[in-house]
Design a protein around this ligand. Structure first.
Ligand code: NDP
Length: 326
């Protein structure tokens, strides 16, 4: 039988962590023949929640679950980790300045990045879910200089999946017919869901849906979908965020084939995005590595939207630099 893969989940006592771990243990992320060992990291206040989840994991008697360990120490939690899902973060609370938010998260993601660099397995792959996800990923990556930079990513797959779902609904087509959507930039209100190269059953999406809608109401709806969920559901998106994190890791490890998706990866300067920023791009995964899909035509409208989101990433990076967090 295969050697278990060690998956570390931070913020394991929180909602998204809770919605993620049962699906991982069931085989939904790494496949029905791949055993997993879960490591749950929490801060002391979150420990009881994580302990409760661990009891429920035991009660599921998942055949693929080779073990569950809990810790409040990043070094122990990331020891030997093959996959690190950084879900816990310090959310923005009322009256909190951006600097306070970035500092609080620097204090979380700096030490976690260092622990990953020192203790994780050689093949470690990291996905950051906790917001501000792109900049938290940058902080972690900068604290793990010996880990190849392309192993650090942030989640924009939820934005991507929302964009796919909303386009399919508008076109009256099944989601499986949709390909070629890109989320560019930051996982924030400035993100740019781009249909320029999207297809529906092989046909240009912009020939199927109204082009003004695609570059107006659609962009807004995707970017504000999180707020719409909070408004309707009375709480933030949880299952869909967990599902997107699982999609991201599954595609990264097992490959996308020819289909495209979106992920925030460390820029090598593609499409003029400054090198080193963690920005969302059109990607495919082969051989266990993301590759940015290059050579797509970018018109003036797209160039401006991408530029605005990337400018926000630059300002977040400059702010954490000024705070001494990089
Ligand atoms: P959730 O599990 O609901 O969310 C976790 C993080 O994911 C939040 O920062 C949230 O950011 C972010 N997120 C990213 N995308 C989305 C999305 N589309 N929808 C909703 N959230 C999204 O938060 P909880 O408060 O339930 O749990 C967080 C847990 O993390 C707590 O148990 C806490 O103790 C723990 N924690 C652990 C740390 C550690 O392990 N070292 C460090 C810090 C916290 P946003 O709020 O901006 O949407």
């Amino acid at each position: 039988s295969r050697t278990p893969v060690t998956v570390t989940i931070t913020g394991a006592g929180g909602q998204i962590g809770y919605a993620t771990m049962f699906r991982i243990a069931s085989g939904a992320m790494l496949g029905a023949d791949q055993p997993v060992r879960l490591r749950l990291l929490e801060i002391p206040q979150g420990m009881r929640g994580a302990e409760g989840a661990a009891l429920e994991l035991a009660d599921c008697a998942f055949p693929l679950l080779a073990g569950v360990e809990l810790s409040d120490d990043p070094g122990a939690a990331f020891d030997g980790a093959n996959l690190a899902m950084l879900i816990g973060s310090r959310p923005r609370t009322a009256g909190m300045e951006r600097g306070d938010l970035l500092s609080a998260n620097g204090a979380i993601f700096g030490p976690q990045g260092r622990a990953i660099g020192e203790r994780a397995a050689d093949d470690v792959r990291v996905i950051v879910v906790g917001n501000p996800a792109n900049t938290n990923a940058l902080i972690a990556q900068q604290h793990a200089p010996d880990v190849p930079a392309d192993r650090f990513t942030a989640l924009t797959r939820l934005d991507h999946n929302r964009a796919v779902g909303l386009l399919a609904a508008e076109a009256g087509a099944p989601v499986s017919d949709v390909d070629g959507i890109t989320i560019w930039g930051n996982h924030s209100a400035t993100q740019y869901p781009d249909l320029s190269d999207a297809t529906i059953a092989g046909r240009a999406a912009l020939d199927v849906v109204d082009a003004d809608w695609a570059r107006g109401a659609y962009i807004d709806r995707v970017a504000k979908r999180g707020a719409e969920i909070i408004e309707v559901r009375g709480g933030s998106s949880v299952a869909s965020a967990a599902n997107a994190a699982i999609d991201h890791v599954r595609d990264w490890v097992l490959g996308t084939g020819e289909r495209r998706t979106s992920a925030a990866v460390v820029s090598r300067g593609e499409y003029g995005v400054p090198e080193g920023l963690v920005s969302s791009f059109p990607v495919r995964s082969t051989g266990g590595a993301w590759e940015v899909v290059e050579g797509l035509a970018v018109d003036a409208f797209s160039r401006e939207r991408i530029g605005a989101s990337v400018a926000e990433l630059v300002s977040e990076r400059d702010a954490v630099r000024e705070l001494g967090l990089l």
